[in-house]
Design a protein around this ligand. Structure first.
Ligand code: DAT
Ligand code: MG
Length: 150
């Protein structure tokens, strides 16, 4: 559906490395519509909720510390197949397994510093959007939409 939404987040390493604009540009150029955006210094309790499914993994404490180590860019992008295509645009969890041309495949090398997050299912996307944007998103009419979809 063209109203499918995904939660995309530029992690602290992506922010520190000056990659915010490049990552936003990829989603804009692909034809997705930005419906929420903010720079946030997150907290460990909030990140533990975001990554609740991974609690118990050996890398969990390090993941939470890294994600809280600096600001992140929280975004919601909307458009056809946003969740699955967003994941394809990100690449694999391990940047070394990510194709060149994907965000992680072009800008990252280490699994623990893979610069961006993307929701892995529509259900999780909606949960993550509610967690990061309790204030809601912005509904706006895109003039480009008539040229991106038939
Ligand atoms: P993804 O971010 O591709 O959805 P995930 O949800 O399985 O991957 O894991 C969340 C993050 O945790 C991932 O982006 C990087 C980190 N991570 C995952 N597996 C890891 C590992 N084996 N060692 C270190 N960090 C890991
Ligand atoms: Mg995940």
């Amino acid at each position: 559906s063209i109203t499918e939404r995904t939660y995309i987040m530029i992690k602290p390493d992506g922010v520190q490395r000056g990659l915010i604009g490049k990552i936003i540009t990829r989603f804009e150029e692909r034809g997705y519509k930005l419906i929420a955006l903010k720079l946030v210094q997150s907290t460990e309790p909030h990140l533990e909720k975001h990554y609740a499914d991974l609690k118990g993994k050996p890398f969990f404490p390090g993941l939470i510390k890294y994600m809280a180590s600096g600001p992140v860019v929280a975004m919601v992008w909307q458009g056809l197949d946003a969740v699955k295509t967003g994941r394809v645009m990100l690449g694999a969890t391990n940047p070394l397994a990510s194709p060149v041309g994907s965000i992680r495949g072009d800008y990252a090398l280490a699994v623990g510093r893979n610069i961006c997050h993307g929701s892995d299912s529509v259900e999780n996307a909606e949960k993550e959007i509610a967690l990061w944007f309790p204030e809601g998103v912005v509904q706006w009419a895109s003039v480009a939409e008539a040229w991106i979809f038939e």
